[in-house]
Design a protein. Structure first.
Length: 246
């Protein structure tokens, strides 16, 4: 089996046997993959095991074995590609990161090569690690809106005084209130348009929102995803994120 060098973003780790892990990783080369990592939960005289490298949101440099016919691959070598300063230690940033990870798990179902998506996710975690103030408070809104574009249901920013209703079923701004309740209007649709126009996370500093508005928007965007992603279901991290951001 051929060896490949790739970056990977850890989404999930599950204990396997006495000392190992099965980890789900979004890789630069192969998209989402599952790997068996042996012996990382064992401490030796040289130090503790290396299971901490496989925390959700970790960005790693990997050398992996890959076989398209197998569902479970193996990792030969791994090391930190990025050493976060805050995400694993700051309560708010960790809650946002785990929300992002759960959202990715629900959306990425097939192991398709998509480097643009990988770079977007990597860049988002790097910006989250450095975020402060309103950038941090608004970060989950920015991520959930812009991620949708990679899965084919991005909301196009055609907001105007005429097109001021955001139809979550259709994923677009429309001129008349639709015949259902999955809709944002008034300040909520206007703020969504502002968030869609953000090109770099630093611009989030200019968007002043209160706690209740962020809460309402996050719930609406979760509904938007549930309408467009099969079997999306509930998000376990959403309540935690809402509590932390409050």
């Amino acid at each position: 089996m051929q060896l490949h060098k790739t970056k990977g973003i850890v989404l999930r780790g599950v204990k396997y046997g006495e000392t190992s892990l099965i980890v789900t990783v979004y890789t630069e080369l192969f998209g989402i993959q599952s790997y068996l990592v042996n012996g990382v939960r064992t401490s030796t005289r040289k130090g503790p095991g290396k299971a901490n490298l496989f925390q959700p949101a970790a960005i790693l440099d990997l050398i992996v074995y890959h076989n398209d016919l197998k569902n479970l691959q193996r990792i030969r070598e791994f090391k930190w590609a990025v050493l976060y300063q805050n995400i694993f230690f700051d309560v708010i940033k960790n809650a946002v990161a785990l929300f992002m990870v759960e959202l990715l798990q629900k959306c990425i179902k097939q192991p398709e090569h998509n480097p643009e998506l990988f770079y977007f996710i990597e860049d988002a975690f790097l910006h989250l690690d450095a975020a402060e103030g309103r950038v941090l408070a608004n970060f989950s809104l920015f991520f959930i809106l812009h991620l949708a574009g990679f899965f084919g249901f991005k909301i196009e920013d055609i907001y105007s005084e005429r097109n001021s209703f955001l139809d979550l079923h259709e994923g677009q701004f429309v001129a008349e209130h639709p015949h259902h309740h999955q809709v944002l209007e008034g300040s909520l649709s206007y703020v969504t348009a502002q968030l869609l126009r953000v090109q770099q996370p630093a611009e989030l500093q200019e968007i002043a929102l209160n706690q209740e508005t962020r809460r309402t928007l996050l719930l609406a965007y979760r509904t938007f995803y549930a309408l467009h992603v099969p079997d999306f279901g509930e998000m376990r991290t959403l309540n935690v994120l809402q509590t932390v951001l409050s």
